[in-house]
Design a protein around this ligand. Structure first.
Ligand code: CA
Length: 224
């Protein structure tokens, strides 16, 4: 698991870096947003730990740029900006978690571990389940070895269900992870996408519905 740490305060940078390395993580530590962006564009990270108040680009601007360049790495913000407005802004801009400074290191590590458990990590580049194969790098899907053309959203939806196979994923979780902030819970857009996905995959039973709870795919997931 490879982590990019962006923190301009030298002592905190080295403290977090050492603490993560002791847990067996590989860490690239930088002090500015622009260094972070150029590394994130060329290297493959499982997680970015991002300070907000940085010289030059702020952490929020880094998040905006990651989104703009479609660099999909989970980001945890670690910041001394501790008002709800800042937390909301960070999460709305795409961070998956927001840790307020000063923080407890044990809790910090637990939040880092939670990212891997959620299956958001990029350590795996290939998922196989039932007759499906997902190539996470080229974002291609094969059903019985035949490529299936999916939209970006359909791919993200399928990836979420496959990564969490055998677990029921609620509509709320799908909205948060696939649609991010731009989602109206009253709409039937998830149902429409699911029905389209089932049709394209040529298998109406692969994605199962648990009425009132959500959706799931059953089977043994092989990650490689
Ligand atoms: Ca700072």
């Amino acid at each position: 698991m490879k982590i990019l740490l962006v923190e301009d305060e030298p002592r905190l940078n080295s403290f977090i870096c050492k603490g993560l390395e002791q847990q067996g993580y590989t860490v690239d530590a930088v002090t500015t947003g622009s260094e972070a962006l150029s590394l994130a564009a060329t290297e493959s990270y499982d997680l970015i730990i991002l300070d907000v108040m940085l010289p030059g680009l702020s952490g929020f601007e880094v998040l905006e740029n990651l989104k703009k360049f479609e660099i999909k790495v989970p980001v945890i913000i670690v910041s001394a900006l501790n008002s709800s407005e800042h937390v909301i802004e960070g999460l709305d801009k795409g961070a998956i978690d927001y840790i307020k400074k000063p923080f407890d290191f044990g809790e910090f590590l637990a939040r880092v571990r939670a990212v891997t458990r959620k299956g958001l990590s990029r350590s795996f580049t290939n998922f196989k389940i039932a007759h499906l194969e997902l190539d996470l790098l080229s974002r291609k899907v094969f059903s019985n070895q035949q490529e299936v053309g999916l939209t970006k959203r359909e791919f993200a939806l399928l990836e979420l269900l496959v990564a969490n196979s055998n677990r029921v994923i609620s509509k709320t979780e799908i909205a948060e992870k696939v649609w991010e902030a731009n989602f109206d819970m009253g709409s039937n857009v998830i149902e429409v996408h699911l029905s389209q996905l089932r049709k394209k995959l040529g298998d109406p039973d692969l994605i199962e519905t648990k009425v009132g709870l959500g959706y799931y795919i059953q089977g043994e997931l092989i990650r490689s």
